[in-house]
Structure formats: C-alpha cells, structure tokens
Write a protein of this length. Structure first.
Length: 374
C-alpha cells in the first residue's frame, strides 16, 4: 500500500537482536558515510522522514543526494568541516553573503581562513590548500548576481558551493552550471511558512557521505517534525515562488518609478526578493508598515521587510558591509502572497512617513489605519 501524507517517525533508536550485523552496518557507515540498508541504528545516522525530504530536494536540485541539518548555518558548518578535515582550510568567497555566513568565515570559528574576492578574482585567489569557493546568487541582501558557469570554470578542481536560498530550484539549479555543492537555508522558501528552521546541502553521493559522517559526529541534525513540515512546504514551492515573484517584479517596477526611492535592486533571474534604497530614513519605512511585517528572515507566505545594516548584516564589520554594497539606506523585502495592490498601498504609505522619502506629503499626516499587530 502506498501513503498519501508522509509518516513522521519520531523514534530515536531502532531495536536489533543481531549486534554482529549492527557492527557491520556501523563499519559501513564509518567507511563511506552511506546509509546501511534496513532500519537506522540510531536517529543521528538517519531518519525516514528527514530522508524523504532529502530525496525530494536532491531531485529538485538535480543532484545524487542531499543531507539535511538543523539550520542553514549547521549545513554550512558541516561543509566547512568536511573540507577542513582533509587539511583544506582555505575558503575563497565572494561578498556579499548572508551576514552570519560572512561572520563564520571572517571569524574563522571552525579553523578556516577566508580570502574575499570579486568574481573576476576567484582563479587568482585559489591556493593549494583551498577547499571551497563560495558564492550566493542572488546574494543576500543586495540581490547581486554572479555568473555561476564562469565561476565554476575559474574554480578548476576546487568545489564551488552556491547558496541557492534566494533563487530556489524553481528558478535556478546551480549544478547544471557547474556548481558541486548547493546550500539552502530551508528555513526560507523550502519551508515557506515561517515555522521551521532547517538547512540542506544538495551534492554528489561522495560528498553527501562525508557530510553525514560530520553530521553524525557533531549532531546538527534536522528533527523529523521539521522534515515533515519541509516536505509539506515543497509541495507548494513552485506555486508560491512563481506567485510571489510576479508580485515582487511588479513592486520593483513601481518602486523604481517612485521619486522617494533612490535605487531598486531586482535580479535578472526574477524571484520574490526586492531590495531598495530610500532617499530618506530607512528606519521610518520599517516603523511605517502595517500589512507588511517588519522582521528579519524571508521566504514566507507573508511579506517581511528589514534593514540589513541593523539586522541581517549587523554582524558584518561596517567597512566590509559597505564595500559589499550594503548601504545604510538599503531595505530588503521578502514578498509573500498578499494582493499586490494591498502591498503597494502599505509600502507607499510607509514611504510617505515623515523622513522616509524626500518630502512629507499632505497624505502622510493622515493617521495609518489601525490594523492588529502583525
Ligand atoms: C538565512 C540564511 C542562511 C542561514 O540559514 P539559517 O537557517 O537561518 O541558519 C544562509 N544563507 C542565506 C542566503 C540565508 O538567507
């Protein structure tokens, strides 16, 4: 019999009366990182619910395997540890990256060393001990895009990791352009409803084995309930991404035509993220929205707006932030599934807040409609 909804397996351990056979299964995992046939020995090796999510994501990204983690940061940490365990501690990375990814590399918390470069400088930055090249495209928060194929070429034999969180496999499949490793903060579009923190790495079988071994040793695994929510999220991923992208493209166009807005960033690839710089005070826009939720994170069914210099990229040193194009006037908006006219009205009113745009208009003195706190 088949199943309609995915079952949730919460067991932490799996009984076996044959400990000789268990020893052989554990040896196999230790040698290859491949999961033994049959039931998992212990949930830190494998879980049927999270494995279903991994299989689905690997198919979406067009990779042999995928390995899930407790968060996007746990996923990135595992990738760095796999490479560092081979003595390949040097990372070449292109800014901007998500603020905490930038921080993890810059601080060298996992014993890695980073060289920051622009896309044209990747080939020259590679050293004999380089274990990874890392890019985000479109990047958080400026939505800057890089040519994955050109970077993959510059990498030679060094694996290229593309953080595909913003594009999702609906809009972009980096392995088709030469990336070896695809990372997602599954917290964002894959989950899609703002209620699960998760990470996943899509890659070939061999790298997946090494990731599972690191995950087994360090324990940053995805909970089965989160695996279930992610599977549910995946079932609507294409519909959500396409609908939100159409709204985002329309809002980007209206913002670009608005004199209160200095600059709009919207990817050629499309997508549901829009970034824009205001002439006035960006904090006034954040405090002015009523329908849009002023909060960090992204990729949910509802629209969120935040000020990267204060929140998502606060941890990046000011000079590094600015040189990566993250201006103090930049706002990052994750567009959800609300009606485009409702969103535009809210945004337009927030832009009219005192000091948000160029000049205070007569309309701005009208009190905002009272809406229950978001
Ligand atoms: C949020 C985010 C991360 C980190 O993911 P968590 O799930 O919050 O740990 C990594 N990369 C990008 C692009 C992100 O937006």
């Amino acid at each position: 019999m088949g199943l309609h909804a995915a079952p949730i397996d919460l067991s932490t351990t799996y009984p076996s009366s044959d400990s000789r056979a268990e020893a052989a299964r554990i040896d196999q995992f230790a040698a290859t990182g491949e999961l033994p046939e049959g039931s998992p020995v212990y949930a830190r090796l494998d879980n049927p619910t999270t494995a279903r999510f991994e299989t689905a994501l690997a198919r979406l990204e067009g990779t042999e395997s995928a390995v899930s983690f407790a968060s996007g940061m746990a996923a990135l940490s595992a990738v760095l540890l796999v490479r560092a365990s081979l003595g390949l501690r040097h990372v070449v990375a292109v800014r901007p990256l998500y603020g905490c990814s930038d921080h993890l590399l810059t601080a060298g918390l996992l014993g890695t060393e980073v060289t920051w470069t622009d896309p044209a400088g990747v080939a020259d930055a590679i050293r004999p001990d380089t274990g990874l090249v890392m890019v985000e495209t479109p990047a958080n928060p400026t939505l800057a895009e890089v040519d994955i194929r050109a970077i993959a070429h510059a990498c030679g034999s060094v694996p290229l990791l593309v953080d595909n969180t913003f594009a999702t496999p609906v809009l972009q499949r980096p392995v088709e352009s030469g990336a070896r490793i695809v990372l997602h903060s599954a917290t964002k579009y894959l989950g899609g409803h703002g209620d699960v923190i998760a990470g996943v790495v899509a890659c070939d079988k061999e790298f997946a084995g090494a990731l599972r071994q690191v995950r087994f040793a360090t324990g940053g695994l995805l909970h089965p309930l989160a695996g279930y929510l992610l599977l549910r999220g995946l079932s609507t991923l294409p519909v959500r991404v396409r609908a939100a992208s159409a709204t985002a493209a329309e809002l980007a166009q209206r913002l670009a035509a608005d004199p209160r807005v200095a600059r709009v960033h919207y990817p050629k690839l499309g997508g549901a993220m829009v970034a824009f710089e205001v002439h006035g005070d960006p904090h006034a826009v954040i405090s002015g929205v009523r329908l849009i939720t002023p909060a960090v994170s992204l990729g949910s069914v509802d629209t969120l707006i935040q000020h990267p210099a204060s929140i998502s990229h606060r941890i990046v040193e000011e000079g590094d932030r600015r040189s990566a194009g993250v201006s103090d006037r930049l706002l990052r908006m994750s567009v959800g599934l609300e009606d485009v006219e409702d969103l535009w009205r809210d945004l337009s009113e927030a832009l009219s807040a005192p000091s948000a745009g160029t000049a205070r208009t007569a309309d701005a003195t009208v009190p905002a409609p009272s809406v229950a706190a978001q």
